[in-house]
Unconditional design. Structure first.
Length: 289
């Protein structure tokens, strides 16, 4: 079976659409963040449904109004946010798995739940690799988000029968709740008992200051802790500023920081947080190491 190179053309997009895979591990010593898919659970589901390699690159779409035209047949899978999806103008139901024919146009409309939608293609999107990853990151890759008119390469296999009869159903229930689980961070011991009690007994609202680098919670936590010497930080690290702002670092965050590292989110909770929108509330729950 021979695979031909095909082109998917971006007909319409908004800032926030990018190509992502598992990211760049082992580069922190050079100041390079991990990047990669914000919601690894949805990312993995897409590649699983398509029988792809685990690290095949997918589209991460964080705003509605994305249109993509395929020039040759393929199969695609969608997970993450639930959205209104049309194929050649006709609304689709059960959009977990879609068979694509030549010149088909896929439209991603309003998001019904969630904040980020993942769309994968059979064999993955074939954008250039930098440091063994196709993940977009400003200053490292040629671009930080997709633009109108951009052409994305993918493989098609015209001799292979399309993958049909995929019965698996994607559910958004897992990210609908408020609970976010976290382990104690390296500086958790610096918090007073009153701070800890409030941290785990109250709900916190996600502010408008939210992007792939991190997010800020609206409510302040009374804090007198000083800034510390610069230390390593990771996606999912929860920091507190001297003014009491709670910051949660995400995939494109810096690799070092001086604010106390009070918590560290587990991978599942990072995926849940990736599907939250500004204004949503979360409740932190402490996990025992």
């Amino acid at each position: 079976m021979s695979k031909e190179m095909a082109i998917a053309t971006v007909l319409k997009t908004s800032p926030g659409s990018s190509i992502q895979d598992l990211g760049r591990s082992g580069q922190a010593k050079f100041g390079i963040p991990v990047s990669g898919a914000m919601d690894l659970k949805s990312f993995a589901w897409v590649n699983h449904i398509l029988q792809n390699d685990l690290n095949n690159a997918v589209l991460e779409i964080s705003q509605p109004g994305f249109h993509l035209q395929f020039d040759l047949p393929t199969s695609i899978a969608i997970a993450g946010a639930q959205a209104l999806i049309r194929l050649n103008g006709e609304e689709l139901e059960g959009t977990n798995f879609i068979s694509i024919k030549p010149q088909d146009v896929l439209e991603i409309g309003a998001f019904l739940t969630g904040s980020r939608l993942y769309m994968g293609v059979r064999y993955g999107f074939k954008t250039p690799k930098i440091l063994n990853s196709r993940s977009f990151y400003q200053g490292l890759t040629q671009e930080s988000h997709l633009s109108k008119g951009e052409k994305i390469q993918y493989f098609t296999d015209s001799q292979a029968a399309p993958i049909l009869n995929a019965k698996a159903k994607w559910s958004s229930d897992w990210y609908q709740g408020e609970e976010i689980q976290a382990y104690p961070g390296p500086d958790f011991y610096l918090l007073k008992e009153q701070q800890r009690e409030r941290l785990f007994s109250e709900s916190f609202q996600i502010s408008q200051l939210s992007n792939r680098m991190g997010l800020q919670l609206l409510e302040l936590l009374d804090n007198k802790l000083p800034e510390l010497p610069t230390n390593p930080v990771f996606p999912g690290t929860v920091q507190i500023t001297s003014g009491g702002k709670i910051l949660i670092l995400l995939k494109d965050a810096q690799v070092t920081g001086g604010y106390p590292r009070i918590l560290q989110l587990d991978e599942e909770s990072q995926s849940i947080l990736a599907q939250k929108r500004p204004g949503n509330k979360i409740r932190l729950k402490l996990k025992k190491p």
